[in-house]
Design a protein around this ligand. Structure first.
Ligand code: ADP
Length: 432
């Protein structure tokens, strides 16, 4: 059974059950009250009759007095001490088949004897009112069923329309392979509109991710194409002229070695970027800042024979992941080395919230218009300049991802011809 039919049936049934139960309740309550009122009236009449009888003289027309106190559609029976009918005063109607209530009480007859009077009241009138009430209640139930039916239809449509739209859009997405979105006609803030909005947001994110992925793959293959072409052409040159020309052989092998190294580096960086970066991977610990900076600088110095100068480190400790932070520092120091000639300075300072680690070089600098793109994958300021340095345009993208995981902000300042400084803003609060 369809969800729509289920909601429709259930709500209608529930409302009808409530309505019928209420009406039955009203009916029986009314009946109870009506009987109770009639009985009390009868009792009152009986009391009055008894008082009247006790005050009567023997010679008075008792029957007439009794008739005055007799219920409208009823009778009064008087029994003597031996339970024999002494007197019977009755309204015209035949009480044989009718439903009636009775009230009995002792009274003093004018001659001084004790008698029992029985007042009888026909319930014919009450029964008529009850059956009228029954018809009214049945009619009300039937009439109310129509708006209930319509309301439950409207309710099921209200709930299911957005869900149907959602399901149609999903099916369409699956069929066409496109990131379809739901058309949001109203500006409603209800939960179902919220679901549609969330779905659209999710689709948009998926589309963006897919496009990024596509862009990344096409960039990667484009970037790998150049070294492969270079290797291929030098290999062919080697085959043609390499056996008898030593200079050509040397040049070709050198170029092949360089390009292979570049490719190797690029593939390693691509793998690094493709890693599943989870916050959980971060091993937070207290790190001695001075020795971390000294260590990193010494390793760079030994590898490249360039001066990496560490200013006195303030503060003593920071809270981060040592391995990841070191990797981040290596990327920035390596860039500083690649794009400058002289010394490279490393400086640490702090304020209330952050510890700042700045890597300053005095090289070419970066023109302002490039600064906002530096952290994009494969972005390089000058392709020619980078081919010489062996850059791939992936270093800062990796640095950015590492920084994100370590909750570090990277700020860049640069002046063309004067040099660049990359500052890591490391938050001070301990992270778990
Ligand atoms: P690459 O592997 O090309 O160095 P990066 O992502 O590390 O890639 O850097 C992106 C670009 O930013 C580089 O191509 C370079 O032009 C520029 N760049 C990065 N660091 C510096 C720096 N310290 N000085 C000058 N230019 C830099």
């Amino acid at each position: 059974m369809k969800l729509k039919t289920k909601i429709h049936l259930l709500t209608t049934l529930l409302m009808l059950v409530i309505l019928v139960a209420t009406n039955i309740g009203v009916y029986f309550l009314y009946e109870e009250l009506a009987y109770d009122t009639e009985y009390k009236q009868l009792q009152h009449r009986g009391d009055e009759l008894s008082t009247a009888l006790s005050k009567l003289e023997v010679q008075t027309n008792i029957q007439q007095v009794i008739r005055a106190y007799m219920p409208t559609d009823g009778a009064v029976h008087v029994y003597d001490e031996r339970q024999n009918l002494k007197m019977k005063v009755q309204a015209t109607l035949d009480m044989q088949d009718a439903k009636y209530i009775t009230f009995e009480m002792p009274a003093i007859w004018p001659d001084g004897t004790v008698v029992e009077i029985e007042l009888v009241q026909s319930m014919e009138e009450v029964m008529r009112t009850m059956s009228l009430l029954k018809i009214i209640l049945i009619l009300v139930t039937l009439l109310a069923a129509i708006p209930i039916l319509l309301a439950s239809l409207a309710l099921s449509r209200l709930i299911l329309q957005p869900l149907e739209r959602l399901s149609t859009t999903m099916k369409k997405s699956a069929d066409t392979g496109k990131y379809e979105k739901i058309e949001l006609t109203d500006k409603g803030k209800d939960e179902l509109t919220e679901i549609s909005r969330t779905f659209n947001g999710m689709m948009e994110k998926l589309e963006q991710h897919y496009q990024k992925q596509q862009q990344f793959v096409s960039n990667a293959s484009h970037e790998l194409k150049t070294p492969i072409t270079v290797i291929e052409s030098y290999a062919k040159l080697l085959l043609r002229r390499g056996f008898d020309n030593e200079a050509v052989t040397k040049e070709s092998l050198q170029a092949i070695a360089n390009e292979s190294a570049r490719m190797h580096e690029m593939v390693l960086q691509l793998l690094e970027l493709a890693k599943n970066k989870e916050q959980l991977d971060v091993q937070w610990e207290q790190i001695e800042l001075a020795s971390l900076l000294e260590n990193t600088a010494t390793q760079m110095q030994q590898a490249y024979h360039r001066p990496f100068i560490v200013d006195e480190a303030v503060p003593d400790h920071i809270y981060s992941d040592e391995k990841m932070l070191k990797q981040l520092l290596f990327i920035l120091l390596d860039n500083a080395r690649k794009y400058s000639e002289g010394k490279i300075q490393i400086h640490a300072s702090e304020d209330n919230q952050y510890v700042f680690v700045t890597i300053q070089d005095f090289g070419d600098g970066i023109p302002e218009e490039h600064l906002s793109h530096l952290f994009e994958r494969f972005y390089r300021v000058g392709k020619d300049r980078n081919r010489k340095t062996g850059g791939t345009g992936l270093g800062l993208a990796i640095a950015k991802e590492l920084a994100n995981q370590l909750l570090i902000k990277i700020e860049v300042e640069s002046a063309v011809g004067k040099g660049s400084s990359f500052t890591l803003c490391i938050p001070k609060e301990e992270q778990q």
